[in-house]
Ligand binder design. Structure first.
Ligand code: NDP
Ligand code: OXD
Length: 314
């Protein structure tokens, strides 16, 4: 088995060199080439990638497995040249759940303590003593997603006293967390929440889910936290919902176009906090450990925990 490695960038402080050297240390008997420097493309059976370029798969005629150096696989499943017959495996937690839970907790505190209104008051030298806070046990956080990152995040919020509900495609029983599923479940959940968190994968079904119709179903003053993917949000509809004061603010980590272009009105919107796709960067040691384990399982014809259902899109 020969491996081909490619990563588009050192995202969120993650060092690709460190992942690569970690993989070489962990898999000493494997040949690991770094795209495009690959003398014999036909020897490659496994690819380890983040955002592979358009011609990455050219000539990889014996490719069997592709492993994502990320939790999301939209960068792969949306690739027009990804061969149909290869397996796709992603990272599951691998050190990302903790920073994600922390990021969302920060956003929820920001929303609950009305930090958007208070920061705007400071800019205008206004002593806004009238701004009040919803008590923690009544502050309801709705999380779109009930997967690996959502559940750790939900538990962190519950542990901090918040009322939490998760929404997902399939029904579930969750301890201490209310659960909603399907289109009807979403309709029921949205009007109840003070803050909405999007932790969905980007699939054809979830693209544009944060749109004008969804925002209209949220109560006035609700706050949006999106560390999922930029493609989940209709950014124009989001700006409209903020400008009409239907939404009180948003914490956004992901955008339709990344890096967020200088011309985007999102940069300077007083009610938006922008972070540059750093909510939960890939943890180098966690990624190396899990990728090496998945390769080992794939070689033994076992199904790794992070094997993606290509039909479902995640
Ligand atoms: P999982 O696959 O573990 O969880 C996905 C959840 O979304 C599942 O609960 C799934 O439902 C639900 N879901 C999928 N499609 C639908 C749908 N059509 N309707 C309703 N629910 C749906 O993913 P992770 O928790 O590991 O990661 C989630 C996403 O977080 C990643 O795909 C990535 O986009 C993003 N991410 C962002 C990072 C950042 O730094 N900003 C870092 C890491 C990840 P069900 O349980 O029924 O299958
Ligand atoms: C991921 C990400 O999906 O970093 O892991 O966005």
């Amino acid at each position: 088995m020969s491996i081909l490695y490619y990563s588009s960038s050192d995202q969120g402080g993650t060092s690709n060199d460190r992942i690569l050297s970690g993989l070489r240390e962990k898999l000493p008997h494997k040949t690991i080439s770094v795209w495009p420097d690959c003398p014999d493309k036909t020897s490659i059976t496994t690819a380890i990638v983040w955002q592979p370029p358009i011609d990455f798969f050219d000539g990889l005629s014996n490719l069997k497995h592709v492993l994502s150096i990320a939790a999301g696989v939209d960068h792969l499943l949306g690739h027009p040249a990804l061969p149909k017959n290869v397996s796709v495996t992603r990272l599951t937690d691998a050190g990302m759940a903790e920073p994600m839970a922390q990021y969302v907790l920060y956003g929820v505190l920001h929303a609950q303590r009305q930090m958007t209104a208070l920061a705007n008051a400071q800019r205008n030298q206004l002593w806004r003593h009238d701004i009040s806070t919803v008590p923690t046990q009544r502050f309801h956080v709705g999380i779109l997603g009930a997967g690996v990152l959502s559940l750790v995040t939900a538990k962190r919020l519950v542990d901090n006293g918040y009322k939490v509900s998760c929404w997902s495609r399939t029904p579930k029983q969750l301890q201490g967390i209310a659960h909603f599923d399907g289109a009807d479940g979403l309709e029921e959940l949205l009007p109840q929440v003070n803050a909405l968190v999007c932790l969905l994968p980007l699939t054809p079904q979830t693209t544009g889910i944060l749109n004008a119709s969804l925002f209209a179903k949220l109560p006035v003053g609700a706050y949006l936290i999106n560390p999922g993917r930029g493609g989940h949000a209709d950014e124009t509809a989001l700006l409209d919902a903020l400008n009409s004061d239907h939404l009180s603010g948003a914490l956004l980590d992901v955008f339709n176009e990344e890096p967020l272009p200088p011309s985007s009105p999102i940069w300077s919107h007083p009610n938006i906090v922008v972070t540059p796709h750093v909510a939960a960067p890939t943890h180098e040691d966690g990624a190396v450990e899990q990728i090496a384990q998945s390769i080992d399982q794939l070689e033994r014809d076992e199904i790794p925990h992070g094997m993606v259902n290509r039909d479902a899109g995640y």
